[in-house]
Design a binder for this molecule. Structure first.
Ligand code: MN
Length: 338
């Protein structure tokens, strides 16, 4: 008999919970993929590290006591995702070196590699889409554990189709609105561009903690009425002027429709919560602020209909990044199961 108060024994499932995916109301889909991370790779190791760190959590959740009893299932990791990612990463690095040396993406040397990478990214998106849709159609919720921030595209597409109309709450240091960054159509820096361009059901994008933007992304945000940015410096200014975080969360949440997909890039948090992530940026929101913001979604009467957690990178000896990641993941699980 499973006893939630016993010492958790690692069993290959997130949080060492005893459910099969079939029994579970929520399934977690791990995507160990980071082909296009430009600065510092390692997000492909995120799911395994979070999985390993997760049994140390105690299961009581203050927003949803006993919520885990509805079942949080762990889908088996497809090993071909990891091996394809590793192979293509080497190709992507050659492309990046070529571009950094002043080469053009159109030159045959780079173009051939880019075509291969883009094709494989489309295949990954397709398989995540199909897998997600299968579980959604069985009446379950689905969460993706990345991987870099390109990996949830297929889940967002499947959720948007099922729910017809969704808003995305993105927590992220970056806007991820670049078109084909470095020639990679499905780069980690393009996920929201692709979601808005290619997924009709995405009606709103509300992005929180943005603080590292390219020149082209600023007008992209200003010109698209679906996007509401909550820039990090503005959140900080308001905080310094005495606006409570509760009030700021109310303003954030009211921009979203009834059904909310949460896309959580761990680098949206302050860097001490994710010291090894691919592109860390000073500033950001604290863990407590993030939890309060997420919990404000169901409190407002809205429903979380899907989520991803991306860019968690384990750092050598330290399991801290994975520990924080596991706690963000568990909070998302409990809030979606409300
Ligand atoms: Mn991101």
């Amino acid at each position: 008999m499973y006893n939630p108060n016993d010492i958790a024994i690692p069993n290959g499932n997130y949080f060492a919970l005893p459910f099969t995916p079939e029994e579970a109301a929520l399934v977690l889909l791990s995507v160990p993929w980071d082909v296009t991370t430009s600065y510092r790779p390692g997000a492909a190791k995120g799911p395994e590290a979070i999985l390993e760190a997760s049994p140390q959590l105690d299961l009581y959740d203050f927003d949803n006591p006993g919520g885990w009893r509805k079942g949080i299932g762990t889908l088996e990791i497809d090993p071909s995702i990891r091996s394809t990612s590793r192979k293509l990463r080497e190709e992507a690095e050659k492309v990046i070196i070529h571009l950094e040396a002043g080469g053009a993406p159109e030159e045959e040397y780079a173009a051939r590699k880019l075509a291969r990478i883009n094709q494989a990214s489309r295949q990954l998106n397709e398989s995540i889409y199909k897998e997600s849709l299968r579980h959604l159609q069985a009446g379950k919720r689905v969460g993706v554990v990345g991987g870099d921030h390109s990996v949830p595209f297929g889940l967002i597409r499947a959720v948007a189709e099922q729910e017809e109309e969704i808003g995305i709450l993105q927590i992220d240091a970056h806007a991820d609105l670049r078109k084909a960054y470095e020639g990679f159509e499905h780069s980690h820096a393009s996920i929201m561009y692709n979601a808005l361009e290619q997924i009709g059901g995405v009606r709103r994008l509300t992005a929180v903690a943005l603080r590292d933007l390219s020149e082209e992304e600023v007008p992209r945000i200003a010109d698209d009425r679906r996007i509401t940015p909550f820039f990090n410096h503005k959140l900080a200014e308001n905080r310094f002027a005495g606006v409570t975080w509760g009030e700021q969360c109310r303003r954030i949440i009211e921009t979203l429709p009834a059904k909310v997909y949460v896309s959580f890039d761990i680098d949206g948090l302050t860097p001490e919560n994710c010291p090894h992530t691919g592109t860390p940026v000073p500033g950001g929101i604290t863990f407590d602020e993030a939890v309060y913001l997420l919990a404000s979604i169901p409190r407002s009467g809205r429903q979380i209909v899907g989520f991803d957690l991306c860019e968690v990178v384990p750092g050598g000896e330290s399991e801290w990044d994975a520990n924080v990641g596991a706690r963000v993941l568990y909070k998302l699980c409990n809030l979606i199961l409300l």
